[in-house]
Design a protein around this ligand. Structure first.
Ligand code: AMP
Length: 284
């Protein structure tokens, strides 16, 4: 695995590689503290036969909560070892100055309309603006043919799909959404899980159980009733639920009722202590 800290060096390397290597470039952007969820994206990139280019960069502009940024887990040595072991070809490890050479304020911002105002957009003001900035910059740096992202961050997948359109790259970049990788109790793997205490970790699988019950009850209950059950259950166990929602799986229009004629996704965000967890499930 070749590691680059300078954007210019990476670009030069990829340019030369493209001239001699017919394979496509598959890009896996991450914020590090890697786990099996991230590695599943890398494996998919390898299965697809791409030159796998990963990045590890904790993007400050997408953290609406400074505490979350400060406490974000870092394990760069382990990350490098894991990526190398799993066959990653190229790793970009840029500094903030490399990503935002003119300062983050000068970096163009993208708006995602409705998506900025619901669910994660509503709970984390400015979050998708930061995601848009960093992903646009990274796409321009790496110029990939395929981008691998996780369904775990459902709304982010739709935001990135829209961003690729806004950048006019919809014919050049193939966005590959990979399934959520879970722990044995259903908890979606996340870098933030490392910050859960043992008792918190013991109950964290409840979010997944809520998603399962939203799915299971879709034919014989009102969504509002199931939603309240989930909120009450999470609250009783010590979570602070932010939302338990149902939405159109294609455009994330929030829905008040189950509608079997639409593809639906259930989404949950809840805090456990000072750790914020999100998860989702396409239910039909
Ligand atoms: P992050 O490092 O949290 O920014 O995540 C980097 C990429 O890995 C994003 O596309 C995430 O959606 C994806 N990812 C994170 N957790 C999982 C998971 N449990 N299963 C699948 N993909 C994941």
């Amino acid at each position: 695995m070749v590691i680059f800290k300078k954007v210019g060096d990476l670009q030069e390397y990829l340019l030369k590689l493209r001239a001699t290597d017919a394979r496509h470039i598959g890009f896996i952007p991450t914020m590090g503290a890697l786990h099996a969820g991230h590695i599943s994206l890398l494996k998919r990139a390898k299965t697809d036969g791409t030159i796998a280019v990963a990045s590890v960069f904790i993007n400050p502009t997408q953290f609406n909560d400074p505490d979350d940024f400060r406490k974000y887990p870092v394990s760069i040595d382990e990350d490098i070892a894991l990526l190398a072991k799993e066959g990653c070809d190229v790793l970009l490890l840029p500094t903030e100055a490399e990503v935002y050479p003119e300062g983050e304020q000068k970096m163009q911002a993208y708006g995602f309309g409705y998506l900025d105002s619901v669910l994660e957009g509503a709970q984390r003001p400015g979050h998708f603006k930061g995601v848009g900035q960093v992903v646009a910059r990274l796409l321009n740096i790496v110029n990939p043919d395929f981008v691998y992202v996780g369904q775990k961050d459902y709304q982010q997948c739709i935001v990135i799909r829209n961003l690729i359109g806004l950048l006019g790259k919809e014919n050049d970049i193939n966005l590959v959404v990979c399934p959520t990788i879970r722990e044995a109790d259903g908890l979606a793997m996340s870098s933030r899980n490392k910050r859960l205490t043992e008792p918190q970790r013991a109950i964290a699988g409840l979010i997944y159980q809520c998603l399962v019950s939203i799915q299971a009850k879709q034919h014989d209950a009102m969504f509002s009733v199931v939603q309240k059950e989930c909120i009450d259950l999470l609250s009783a166990k010590g979570f602070e639920p932010e939302y338990v929602s149902l939405a159109d799986a294609n455009d994330l229009t929030v829905m008040e009722y189950y509608d079997k004629n639409r593809k639906m996704v259930a989404l949950v965000a809840a805090r456990l202590g000072d750790v914020r967890l999100i998860d989702n499930m396409v239910i039909n």
